[in-house]
Structure formats: C-alpha cells, structure tokens
Ligand binder design. Sequence first.
Ligand code: HEC
Ligand code: HEC
Length: 238
Amino acid sequence: MRRLVLITLLVLAAAPAARASDVTRGEHLYGEYCVACHGANGAGANHGDRKGPPLRGVGALAADFYLRTGYMPLREADKQPRRTRVLLSEQEIEALVAYVASLGKGPKVPQPRPERGSLSDGQQLFTDHCAGCHQVVAEGGYLTGGIAPPLSAATSTQIAEAIRIGPYVMPRFSPSELSPHGVDSIVRYVQWAKHPDDRGGWAIGHLGPVPEGLVTWFLAASALVAVCLVIGKRQRRE
Ligand code: HEC
Ligand code: HEC
C-alpha cells in the first residue's frame, strides 16, 4: 500500500515536470521555425518579409489551430495562410503549443460538444454568420482580400477555434456574439453538411434546389422537343 502511495506521488510530481520539459522543447522548436517572424519571446516582428503578429496571450487555442491546420510555419509573411500538410510531429506540435501558451495568459484549446447542439439552430447561425463568405460548407468562396476555404477538412475543434480567433480576414466571434451552445450547433451543422443525406432530391454536386430545378427544366424541355419531333414526323407522313 505504501508503495502504491509512493508511486502515485511520483506520478503526480512528474506530470508538471513533463509539461515544463514540453515548454523547453517548444522553445527550441520556436527558435528554429518561428522566431524569425514572431520575434524573441513572441514579441512580434516587422522587418521586410519577416513579419508576424505578437503571440503573447493568443494562448494554446490559436497555436493549436494554426499548427494543426498547417497554416504555420508560414512560408511567406504576406501570403494568406492556407491548409497544408502538417510537417511537424504530434510531439513537436504539443511542445510548440505548450510554449506559445506559456508566453502569456490566453484561451485553452476548446472542446466542442456537437451532440449537444441543435442542427436547425446551427443551420440558421451558419446562414447568418458564415455563409456570406463560406457559402456552402464544402465549397468555400472568394472574397476581396482572401479566399474563404471549404470547411470539409476542418475538425470540430478547428471550427470552434476559428470562430474565436477569426483567422486572416475572417471576423472573430466572442462568446457574447456566439454562445458555447451556438458554437456546438454550428459545429454540428458543418459536420452534418459534409455528408448531406442524398436520399431526398438529386445529389447534383450537393448544389441544392436551384440546379435541381434547372435540371428538371432541362429534362422537361428535352421531352417537349422530342414530342414536337414525333408530331412533326407524323404530320410529314400524312
Ligand atoms: C514567414 C513568417 C512566419 C513564420 C515562419 C511563422 N509565422 Fe506565424 N504568423 C505569421 C503571420 C504573417 C501571421 C498572421 C496571419 C493571419 O493574419 O492570419 C501569423 C499568425 C500566427 C498565429 C496566430 C496569431 C493570432 O494573433 O491569433 C500563431 C499562433 C502563429 N502564427 C504561430 C506560429 C508558430 C508556432 C510558428 C513556428 C512553427 C510560426 N507561426 C511561424 C508569420 C509567420
Ligand atoms: C468575412 C468572411 C468570413 C466569415 C463571415 C467567416 N469566415 Fe471562416 N474563414 C474566412 C477566411 C478568409 C478563412 C481563411 C483564414 C486563413 O487563411 O488564415 C476562414 C477560415 C475558416 C476555417 C478554417 C478552415 C480551413 O480548413 O482552413 C473555419 C473552420 C472557418 N473559417 C469557420 C467559419 C465559421 C464557422 C464562420 C461563422 C461563424 C465563419 N468561418 C465566418 C472567412 C470568413
């Protein structure tokens, strides 16, 4: 029994130590990949093509989002960050997130619970706040000054993170603008919309009722032409 207590105490003592070593590792990685644009201790930098915002207080939330989407490390400072293949390992990402979080008090990585959200609320909120730029979930859209990417690759956590950060030209939504329940609902809707149920209507690239209507008109028009041809032939024969 005493040994068990001792082991438990050792494990408890080791946990914060592991986190401290994560921060140290993260600091090394930061020196390698990030310091040129984000400056010493995340103070920010602004010299030529090496510029980046300060990272103090952006918290684990922003670091987790920008690293796991492959937005960072950015190659050219004046280009819009884009989703790319993540070249850092899981351990390297954890270490960098721990280091950025240690730079100042900031938000933690959110844990959305889409199962608690409402699909119809989510659809309404998405239409009101997101569709102006992201249009249909899987398509994305062009804006002046940037591209709103399709949301099909975004995980639930990344959707919740993007809402609070507002990356690039996207606006940020504070909890008073979008409650945690609102976020859960949007996440639920976006995840649902990635695999819309194709049983109702035709799956013409998930484009919805307008093209479906067009195709119906096209088929109807073709049928009319066919009927006219048949009538025409008959008349010629008579
Ligand atoms: C070539 C320059 C460059 C490099 C290298 C770079 N960044 Fe960035 N970073 C930027 C720019 C520019 C932005 C602002 C992008 C935007 O407006 O969305 C940014 C934004 C960020 C943000 C969001 C800040 C906020 O205010 O929410 C985080 C977090 C971040 N970078 C982390 C990193 C980490 C960690 C690394 C190293 C692995 C890194 N960056 C490497 C230029 C760079
Ligand atoms: C003003 C236009 C605009 C609005 C409104 C907007 N976004 Fe965005 N969103 C963007 C842009 C631009 C990016 C790309 C950011 C970048 O490259 O750093 C983005 C990126 C994202 C991403 C990351 C996608 C990826 O895979 O790279 C998610 C998730 C996201 N937005 C969700 C939302 C949600 C949910 C809403 C509504 C609550 C919303 N956005 C509202 C413009 C917008």
